[in-house]
Design a protein around this ligand. Structure first.
Ligand code: ZN
Length: 250
């Protein structure tokens, strides 16, 4: 997988085993989900989660007056476990630069980015520190978007749980987004909270900007040639992230 073509993503391939649930999920207007003037804080476990999970919504927000802050929990250095230390460092720097480019492609070039620099793949070992760091940055009026607490990746789940607890403690509003969830074993997907799920319908230009932003993550679309492994962003994952809608758990 080199790049995401607009031809691929225009085709609406719903994650098929969830088609009935998705069809029954109510739509929510962006104005209802995110009232005008509220600050949006995205808490992304890895560089790319902000785009995979809610890039379409971010493209929509770029046309509104909401302030947006990105809190990048890790720099994504452990995405290719076979990488040497020096290669991992190089990839983490590349991923951070890719985030800046992705946000530019979403027409959000000026938003603040706070990098926490916590260890990729080991967030379950520093959940208390993560909570402390988050509490410094969150405000009661914020709408905080993060990965679903049962998303099937250890870091996504740690961040989901810690953000949920921290948001509750500061009185902010929480929105969780699924990314890996569509590809979990059936037993795990029984946890999907369909009763609080809502779909945000994306306009064509927001979809296109999301695909364009995903393409900024070259490091995730193409693994280093010397490792001879598949890239992180598989065609299946990309298909589920490039729908005409984004699902949120409210
Ligand atoms: Zn991630």
């Amino acid at each position: 997988m080199g790049t995401v073509s607009s031809a691929n993503f225009i085709v609406d391939i719903a994650p098929s085993r969830f088609a009935a649930h998705i069809a029954a999920t109510p739509l929510i207007e962006i104005d209802t989900l995110i009232p005008s003037g509220r600050r949006i804080v995205i808490v992304a476990p890895h560089p790319d989660d902000e785009v995979l999970g809610c890039g379409g919504l971010l493209a929509a927000l770029a046309e509104r007056n909401n302030a947006v802050l990105l809190i990048a929990v890790t720099d994504g250095e452990a995405c290719y476990p076979l990488a040497s230390k020096s290669m991992a460092l190089r990839i983490s720097k590349q991923r951070c630069a890719e985030t800046v480019e992705a946000l530019r492609r979403l027409r959000l070039p000026a938003i603040g980015i706070i990098r926490l620099g916590l260890p990729d793949g080991k967030l379950n070992e520093c959940d208390t520190l993560l909570a402390t760091r988050l509490r410094r940055h969150l405000q009661a009026d914020d709408i905080v978007i993060t990965t679903w607490r049962h998303d099937g990746h250890c870091d996504h789940e740690t961040v989901g749980h810690v953000v949920a607890t921290t948001v509750a403690s500061v009185g902010a509003t929480l929105i969780e987004v699924p990314i890996w969830a569509w590809h979990l074993p059936s037993a795990a997907t029984e946890l999907i909270p369909w009763c609080t799920a809502r779909c945000v319908s994306l306009r064509a230009r927001w979809q296109l900007r999301k695909a364009h932003a995903i393409n900024a993550y070259v490091s995730q679309l193409r693994a280093p040639a010397t490792l001879d492994i598949e890239p992180i962003l598989s065609p299946a994952l990309l298909s589920s992230c490039l729908q005409r809608w984004e699902m949120v758990f409210t």
